[in-house]
Design a protein around this ligand. Sequence first.
Ligand code: KIV
Length: 283
Amino acid sequence: MKNTVVTFQQMKDRGERISMLTAYDYSTAKLEDSAGINAILVGDSLGNVMLGYPDTISVTMEDMIHHGAAVSRGAQNALVVIDMPFMSYQASVYDAVMNAGRLMKEGRGGAVKLEGGEEVCPQIKAITQASIPVMAHLGLTPQSINVFGGFKSQAKELEPAKKLIRDALAVQEAGAFAVTLECVPAKLAEVVTKLLRIPTIGIGAGAGCDGQVLVYADMLAMFSDFRPKFVKAFANVGEVMKEGFRAYDEEVKAGTYPTEEHTYAMKDEVYEELEAYVYTLMK
Ligand code: KIV
């Protein structure tokens, strides 16, 4: 059965943990979906993981629509949440609603995610009023990397922790159906999770959240540019891929691939006629 934002709320209410992973393409989405993952995030981390940028700043609406639509085609049951890229919602409420609408119409997402607290509440309210579910994102918000001065954990001191609590309550009030908490102390995430009616989805925020999300290329050890402290490698797919690429390279160079079983046959009589034809060409 297709998961929706209603499923998210029911899971929190029943005390069931929510599993979420990023995906950026059809095949990965299909694999995650068939593994029973509840929600797939088409994160703007695609800027790092898929496009090789050092951050998420250059990711465009077109990128998100292109990858969002591919993931949506692969996700039968998982709720697909598509990130709103940098500057697609910050400048005005109008931009936010129109761009969220494009992610739903063209990207075929079931919800959108945007970064920020009280300052983006007018956007969350307007998008929600346009019948588009919004996931908020607090703590380390990678689109603000140039303000933070790096990928650092957030809200470790009293005042920033209080502000994060105010932000979480504000985005809930504005209509968000869930909140991502990234790189914040586990104790703070637990407090926020208890205070909120809506689910919290943690990434580097400890076990006290209602659910967890990871970048799939991190948890499969496929992405080696940097490995945040909170990432656990659940499988060494990067090594398996490298091994496969090496074996292919060796066999191609040795001429041992392809063999008969990987080759299409041609009837002898057709081949004989073809040879005669080639002979006429060479005369
Ligand atoms: O873009 C992304 O992958 C995200 C996760 C880190 C939550 O926003």
